[in-house]
Design a protein around this ligand. Structure first.
Ligand code: FPP
Length: 241
């Protein structure tokens, strides 16, 4: 076994895809598929912690998902609200920091309030950070960062510089993910092989892993395969080793 030289990604990010197809295959409603997907979220949290992953991020609701039937959007909002209430104990007991990243536009006050209080309650925990990308898109993130960047640059006056800090560093500090390391490993389930407007900037040097199982079926064995695959990657960041 090569266990002693196994590389563990610091940040694992997941595009949880295939809830609808999982349900359809079983003759169940798409909403049932999302509910089962929430079980995989719970399992993944535990498996990530046990593996020593420090940041687990999940793409739970994209800006584009507003285009789904109202019944499904409502169900996804309901699942988010339920998770915020029901999983609180899990965050507290395991000392997991909770973060949500995305636009607040269109999200109910009740959900926003619960997010704010869970984020505040778990702020000092450091066993792992769970980040839920909710009402997020990579292009939205870059756009809002560009606006902040323009303001900061103009506040810097005519020189437009800030000592030793490069424009790239200033821009990165404007992204919604500031302070969170870029994903080392991005997993997408369901066999689809695309980024779907997820962390477009942040995934510049991320390793991708595509799993051929639907998200509700993504459990322990699949986590182990993904981590094994990552462990065998040779990351060069455009350089030569
Ligand atoms: C993609 O499957 C999944 C989603 C758009 C939603 C993911 C949400 C959850 C797993 C529920 C709970 C999570 C949290 C953190 C509250 P799809 O619907 O696109 O499936 P399909 O491609 O088969 O149609």
């Amino acid at each position: 076994m090569e266990n002693d030289i196994r590389k563990i990604p610091v940040h694992v990010s997941i595009i949880m895809d295939g809830n609808g197809r999982w349900a359809k295959e079983k003759g169940l409603s798409r909403i049932y598929g999302h509910r089962e997907g929430a079980e995989s979220v719970r399992a993944s949290c535990r498996l990530a912690m046990e593996s020593g992953v420090k940041y687990l991020s999940l793409f739970a609701f994209s800006e584009e998902n507003w285009g789904r039937p109202k019944e499904e959007v409502d169900a996804l909002m309901g699942l988010m609200l339920d998770s915020l209430v029901n999983e609180r104990r899990m965050f507290m007991d395991n000392r997991i920091r909770f973060r949500v990243i995305g636009s607040e536009q269109g999200i109910s006050g009740e959900i926003l309030d619960r997010i704010a209080s869970l984020e505040a309650e778990t702020r000092d925990f450091d066993a792992m950070t769970l980040i839920v990308f909710f009402n997020y898109s990579g292009k939205w993130d870059i756009m809002q960062a560009a606006e902040k960047f323009a303001c900061r640059k103009s506040a810097m006056g005519s020189s437009g510089t800030s000592g030793d800090v490069s424009d790239k560093e200033i821009f990165e500090s404007c992204l919604s993910t500031y302070g969170i390391p870029d994903p080392d490993l991005l997993i997408r389930t369901s066999g689809e092989k695309r980024l779907s407007n997820f962390m477009l900037w942040q995934c510049a040097y991320t390793e991708f892993y595509f799993a051929d199982v639907f998200w509700p079926d993504f459990r322990e064995k699949d986590w182990a395969l993904a981590l094994d695959s990552y462990s065998n990657r040779d990351r060069r960041y455009g350089k030569i080793k």
